[in-house]
Design a protein around this ligand. Structure first.
Ligand code: MG
Length: 448
C-alpha cells in the first residue's frame, strides 16, 4: 500500500498535492471520523484557497459538517477543535517548506495530530475506495467560524501574567516570515506593552521576505535588526507558527533545544510533573527536570507522539529540539505564540537579559553524521547494532537505538525519507561528543 502520511500529515508539490487528491483524502478522513464537525483552516500559500474548496467538498460528501476558519495559524485549529468539541480538524499547510509545497495536517477530537500509524487507517480507506458518500439529505453543512482566531488569542492572553510585561515594556523585533504569525503576534505583543518592530509582517504565501524555515541562515536580517535597534530580543516563526526561534539581545541565535529547556524550566516552576520529549533531545532537559523536581518521558520523534503522551501523562510541558513546545494548559499541539509570551514574561519578571537566562541552561555539545545504506537494510542494521552495543549503556529503542552513558548519549536512527542512517552524539565536551560519534559511526558502517 502507498504511504502518504509522514510524522504529521501529508505534504507535496502541486503534482501530488492537488485538488483531486485533497478531495479524496478528506473524504477518507471524514469516513474515518464517522461524521461530526470538522474545523478547516489554512495558511496563506497560493494553492491554499484552491485546496480548501477540495478539502471542504471531501468532508461534506462524507457527511461531516465544516467550520471554516479561513487563514489562521496551526495552533488556532488545534485549540479550536477541543474548544468547540469538534470531531477533528484539517489544516492546509506545508509548515516551513518552500512556497510551491502544500500539505494537509489532520487532527483528532483532542486536537492531536494524526500520526503515521493512525494515518494508515485513513490510507486504507483512500486506497481501497471505501470512502463513504452520504445520502443527499445527510450531506454536511459549511459554516464560517470567524471567532475562532479571537477565542484562541484570548486563551493566549489568559495564559500569561500581562502586568510583568506591561511594567517592563521590552523592545522586541518580530520576524513573521510572511506567515500566519503575522495575524496575531504584532498586535498581541503591542497589547502586552511590548515596543514592537516587525519584519516580513505582511502575510504572503509566496514568502517574499525569507525562506519559511527559521534557520540561522534565514534569520540573518532579524539578528542584525535586534542588534541595530538595541532590542531585548528577536522572535521568528515558521509558516504555520507552531515553531518559534529566539534571538538574544546580542543578536545570538538560540537553538530550539535551548529555548525548550528554558520553557521547561518556566513550566516546572509553575507546576511540578512530567516533561515529555523525543529520544533525540538534549540531556539539558533531563538535567533541568531533575533540578526542578520533575521527570522526563521519552517518545518517538514527531509532534503527534509528543501530544499523545503529554495528554496521557497530564504532562507539564512537552517539546522537541527544532523549536516546537507544547503547553498542555491551553491545547495539545506545539504553540509558537505561547512559547514567545512565556519567555518574554520570564525576561521581564526576572529583569534579566535573555542571554543571561540562557547561560543558566546546562551546556552540552553535539556532533552528527550520516552513513549511507540501502532502504531494505535499515531495519536489520538497527537490529544488529542493538545486539552489538548491548551492555555499553542504558538502551532505548523506541525510535532507532539510543545509548545513554553517564553524561553523554548517542542515537542511531534510520532516515524516514533518504537512504541513510543518522547518528547523533551529545556530551559535556565537543571532544568527547566527536569521539563517541566516531566510535559508533565505525560500528554502523561495519553493518552496512
Ligand atoms: Mg510548522
Amino acid at each position: 500500500m502507498v504511504k502518504y502520511f509522514g510524522t504529521y500529515g501529508i505534504r507535496g508539490k502541486l503534482d501530488t498535492m492537488n485538488p483531486e487528491f485533497a478531495l479524496r483524502m478528506c473524504s477518507a478522513f471524514g469516513t474515518y471520523l464517522k461524521g461530526g464537525r470538522v474545523l478547516v483552516g489554512r495558511d496563506a500559500r497560493l494553492s491554499g484557497e484552491m485546496l480548501e474548496h477540495a478539502v471542504i467538498a471531501g468532508l461534506v460528501s462524507s457527511g461531516c459538517s465544516v467550520l471554516q476558519l479561513g487563514v489562521v495559524p496551526l495552533p488556532a485549529v488545534e485549540f479550536g477543535v477541543r474548544k468547540l468539541s469538534a470531531a477533528g480538524g484539517v489544516m492546509i499547510t506545508a509548515s516551513h517548506n518552500p512556497p510551491e509545497w502544500n500539505g494537509l495536517k489532520f487532527a483528532d477530537a483532542d486536537g492531536i495530530g494524526i500520526s503515521r500509524e493512525e494515518g494508515e487507517r485513513i490510507e486504507k480507506i483512500f486506497e481501497n475506495g471505501n470512502s463513504k458518500t452520504a445520502e443527499w439529505n445527510r450531506l454536511g453543512k459549511v459554516e464560517q467560524c470567524p471567532f475562532a482566531l479571537e477565542e484562541y488569542t484570548d486563551a493566549l492572553r489568559k495564559a500569561v501574567e500581562k502586568r510583568h510585561i506591561l511594567k517592563e515594556s521590552p523592545k522586541v523585533v518580530l520576524d513573521c516570515g510572511n506567515g500566519t504569525a503575522s495575524l496575531i503576534a504584532p498586535k498581541l505583543l503591542k497589547e502586552f506593552g511590548c515596543r514592537v518592530t516587525t519584519l516580513n509582517g505582511q502575510i504572503d504565501g509566496s514568502f517574499p521576505g525569507r525562506n519559511s524555515e527559521p534557520t540561522p541562515q534565514n534569520l540573518q536580517e532579524l539578528m542584525k535588526t535586534v542588534v541595530a535597534l538595541k532590542a531585548d530580543l528577536g522572535i521568528a516563526w515558521d509558516g504555520d507558527a507552531d515553531r518559534v526561534i529566539f534571538i538574544d539581545e546580542k543578536g545570538g541565535y538560540i537553538y530550539g533545544d535551548k529555548s525548550f529547556a528554558l520553557s521547561a524550566d518556566i513550566a516546572l516552576r509553575e507546576r511540578k510533573g512530567t516533561v515529555v520529549t523525543t529520544v533525540a533531545t538534549s540531556n539539558a532537559i533531563a538535567e533541568i527536570a531533575k533540578e526542578r523536581g520533575g521527570s522526563v518521558e521519552y517518545v518517538k520523534v514527531g509532534g503527534p507522539y509528543l501530544s499523545r503522551r503529554a495528554k496521557e501523562l497530564n504532562a507539564v510541558i512537552a517539546g522537541e529540539e527544532a523549536g516546537g513546545v507544547l503547553w498542555p494548559e491551553i491545547h495539545l499541539g506545539k504553540d509558537g505564540f505561547l512559547t514567545a509570551l512565556k519567555i518574554i514574561e520570564r525576561i521581564c519578571r526576572d529583569g534579566r537579559p535573555l542571554s543571561s537566562l540562557m547561560a543558566d541552561i546546562p551546556e552540552y555539545y553535539n556532533s552528527k553524521t550520516k552513513v549511507e545504506c540501502s532502504a531494505e537494510k535499515k531495519l536489520s542494521i538497527l537490529k544488529k547494532f542493538k545486539e552489538k552495543v548491548k551492555g555499553e549503556g542504558k538502551i532505548n529503542d523506541i525510535d532507532g537505538v539510543r545509548i545513554d552513558f553517564d553524561d553523554s548519549w548517542v542515537i542511531v536512527r534510520a532516515s524516514g525519507t533518504e537512504n541513510l542512517m543518522r547518528i547523533f552524539a551529545e556530551s559535556k565536551s565537543q571532544k568527547k561528543a566527536d569521539e563517541i560519534l566516531r566510535k559508533y559511526k565505525r560500528i554502523v558502517k561495519s553493518l552496512t
